[in-house]
Design a protein around this ligand. Sequence first.
Ligand code: F6R
Length: 260
Amino acid sequence: MEVVILPGTRQIGRLAADAIETLLRAKPDAVLGLATGSSPLPVYDELSRRHHEEGLDFSRAHAFALDEYVGLEPGHPESYREVIRREFTDRVNIDPANVHSPDGTAEDLPAACQAYEDAIRERGGVDLQLLGVGTDGHIGFNEPGSSLASRTRIKTLIEQTRKDNARFFRSIDDVPHHVVTQGLGTIMDARHVILIATGARKAQAVRDFVEGPVAAICAASVLQLHPHATVLIDEAAASSLRLADYYRHTFESKPGWQGL
Ligand code: F6R
């Protein structure tokens, strides 16, 4: 796991966008894994800028979202399908037919989850997965206790996650209790994962998943087992890390050609 501590969100957005741009230039039909929430927004802003100002081309790319609420009506502005469209895919030239989200409205949710797994596999798997992390260490909506080998399935949100996400709704009562999320096993199949965390509220979760034990109580800790996991954090999110100076030194002395 590579931990990169950066001054702020703009630098984080640029570095993650560099990795995505390098991937797309080498593999124009790459499969991107998209997260919602606040953490990836600087990346989406930077990718949109590069598309408009520098011609970065998404026309052959594919994208799979991590998760979706269950029970929001189709087109609900806070459904993750809509958020991804608004925050990212409508701002670049990706073909909307190539953008996939788990179906939180399906009558047969287990069948829809299996279909989502199949669709990812048929596309050749995710090349680069963007992730945020919850204050409880969740990635996707794999709450504490999730099987480290889990696949796409329905999960129940922990109350803290509903509180954290209430800012996007009129009130906490409107935040669904259930979600469909890629599993930890699904996320681990991505060839490269980039997790972004910013702000002091994330410091404990970052400490737990980077330097704590690999354990289902902190879902993101499974990334310690990933062969190519990059963690991009600001100083506030890094403030509880024991080895922060070592991570800084490692990144400062990394040869430029290596990329992320
Ligand atoms: C969103 C997702 C979640 C968020 C996490 C952090 O698709 O999968 O795991 O990444 O809840 O959310 P923010 O970035 O809003 O702090």
